[in-house]
Every structure is written in structure tokens, then in C-alpha cells.
Ligand binder design. Structure first.
Ligand code: KMH
Ligand code: ZN
Length: 294
């Protein structure tokens, strides 16, 4: 399928930034739903979710994750993807339990990577266990690839354990993390060349690599992930105001590239993600266009 539209994922919160350092960061459920609603109106189709506790600390509490999934489903049409990466301090057990919150999708990182001064741990046995559970619990994984070697690890996982739930491979190239692959066009092209031929992919440029990675991704036929998890500076010397302005800019770039944002419904078709909302619930303010085929 040739995809002419652009899937925009927003990653509004992350686990690394403190609210005092970024006042626009959504850390309460109310703030998260409000941000997600604004991002959907701006062109997002997927929300990648990390939640915070009452003190705005990152948490993988399953009850809170369940409430968050329910609230996002009630108030938006977005595909709800929970992070299984969590924070670098989270245990493997807690990260596996994220699936019990029954999201539409989840992230699944394909290897260990230096992460600034920390290490983001994803050893092979953990990857396999998480992947098997996504298959059993009917959660569609998105493969997070921080380095070229992680593309190989993803292919090994697919070869060893079979196709993902939903039947389609979608990856996100996470670029510009200190310790991972650089956020450059040559690195992006090298990673894309190594992907399975029928996979779709998006790219995320962390920090100042946000724009160059977005432009490279659009020109190479990829999709986009933006948000305050990854980027806190909108332009040199100008902090990001909120997530919606990052999505608006991504939507403008995609539209300029003549691949406008796709709706959440079209994104579900593309990613093989079933609708888990009750059929009678009418939600959403999506602005995207249907995917086109040629
Ligand atoms: N917070 C990072 C350690 C994911 O969401 O799956 C991991 C991360 C990746 O953000
Ligand atoms: Zn994340």
C-alpha cells in the first residue's frame, strides 16, 4: 500500500521532564485529556502516553493507566498507545503490567541504549516476553528503534516470534538521544533501508533534531512523531508553549509535502488496530484526511 497521508503521533509528556521546567507539560489526567483533544484537532492520530502520579512523578500504576485509557477513549478518537518504556528506573515487571490497562497499542523498544547519563534497559529476554504478551493480550506494538542495531534486533524478534498482533509492522525511529543514533538524514536513510519492505515507520528527532528529522522523514516517505516528551524548544531561545503547537507545525510540514495528516480511523486501518470503544460513542474532532492508495 502506498500511503500518501501522514500519520502524526503526539508524545505529550514523557517521563523525564519536570513540570517546573516546562509549565505546558500535561501531568494531570485533566491536562493530558485537554492536550490530547487539542492535538487531535491539530492533526494527531495517535497519542503516546506516559502518566504521572499526584506529585507529577512518572508512574506505571495500572489503575491510573486504565483510567487514562478510558478518559482518552471517552474524550478523543485518538489511538491510545501506552509506553512500556516508562522511566529508566522502572522494573521489567511493572513495564510488562502496562498491557493490563488494555490500550490500543504500546511501545516496544528493541534493545538497550545509553540514554543521556542513564541506561534504558531492554535485554533480549525482556523484549521477547513483552512481545509475546502483546500477542496474547491483543495489543498492537510499535517498535521503538534508537539505533541501527535495534532494527536488526526487531527483525530477529519478528523471525523468532512471528508477526505482531494486528498483522502489520510499524516502527518509530527515535533519533538524537545522547547514546543513540544521531538525528541526521544519512542515519535516517540507513535505518529505513534496513527495515522490512512492508513495514511503515515514523521518526522522532529529540531536542534540536526535531525539525531536521521531520523534514528527512517526510522526504523519505515516513510518518511523524512530535511532542514535549521529545522536544521542549520550539525555536532557538523559544520554549515550546504546548503540545498542540508542535502538532500544528508537523501538520503544516506534512501538508506542504502534499501528504496531509490522516484521521485516527485511517490510521487504525493502516496499523491494524481495532476500535475498542463501544460502537455508540461519538467522539473526536479529527481534521485529517483518509489515507489514499495508489
Ligand atoms: N522514558 C524512556 C526511558 C517508551 O516510551 O517506550 C523510554 C521511553 C520509550 O520513553
Ligand atoms: Zn515514551
Amino acid at each position: 500500500m502506498a500511503v500518501n497521508g501522514t500519520l502524526i503521533t503526539v508524545a505529550p509528556t514523557g517521563a523525564e521532564t519536570a513540570k517546573v521546567d516546562a509549565p505546558g507539560l500535561p501531568v494531570t489526567l485533566e491536562e493530558l485529556v485537554s492536550a490530547a483533544t487539542a492535538c487531535e484537532a491539530a492533526g494527531a492520530a495517535v497519542v503516546h502516553v506516559h502518566v504521572r502520579d499526584h506529585a507529577a512523578r512518572p508512574t506505571l500504576d495500572v489503575a491510573l493507566l486504565r483510567d487514562t485509557v478510558a478518559a482518552l477513549r471517552a474524550q478523543t478518537s485518538l489511538i491510545v498507545q501506552l509506553s512500556t518504556g516508562g522511566a529508566v528506573s522502572d522494573s521489567y515487571e511493572d513495564r510488562l503490567r502496562v498491557l493490563d490497562a488494555e490500550p490500543d497499542g504500546c511501545s516496544l523498544t528493541c534493545g538497550t541504549v545509553n540514554f543521556g547519563d542513564d541506561v534504558f534497559m531492554n535485554p533480549w529476554p525482556f523484549m521477547v516476553e513483552l512481545y509475546r504478551r502483546t500477542q496474547e493480550q491483543r495489543v498492537v506494538p510499535e517498535f521503538e528503534l534508537f539505533d541501527l542495531g535495534q532494527v536488526t534486533a526487531m527483525r530477529r524478534l519478528l523471525d523468532s516470534c512471528g508477526e505482531p498482533y494486528g498483522g502489520h509492522v510499524h516502527c518509530d525511529l527515535v533519533m538524537g538521544v545522547p547514546g543513540g543514533m544521531p538525528g541526521t538524514a544519512p542515519a535516517l536513510v540507513a535505518a529505513v533501508r534496513a527495515l522490512p519492505a512492508d513495514a511503515t515507520w515514523s521518526a522522532t528527532g529529540v531536542g534540536r533534531t526535531s525539525l531536521p528529522v521531520a523534514l528527512a522523514a517526510l522526504s523519505a516517505g515516513g510518518h511523524l512523531r512530535v511532542g514535549m516528551e521529545d522536544t521542549l524548544t520550539f525555536a532557538r531561545g523559544r520554549p515550546v508553549r504546548d503540545n498542540a503547537e508542535l502538532v500544528e507545525r508537523a501538520a503544516q510540514l506534512a501538508t506542504l509535502a502534499q501528504r496531509p495528516p490522516v484521521t485516527p480511523a485511517a490510521a487504525r486501518d493502516m496499523l491494524g488496530i481495532e476500535e475498542r470503544r463501544p460502537a455508540t460513542v461519538g467522539v473526536g474532532t479529527a481534521v485529517g484526511t483518509p489515507l489514499e492508495e495508489s
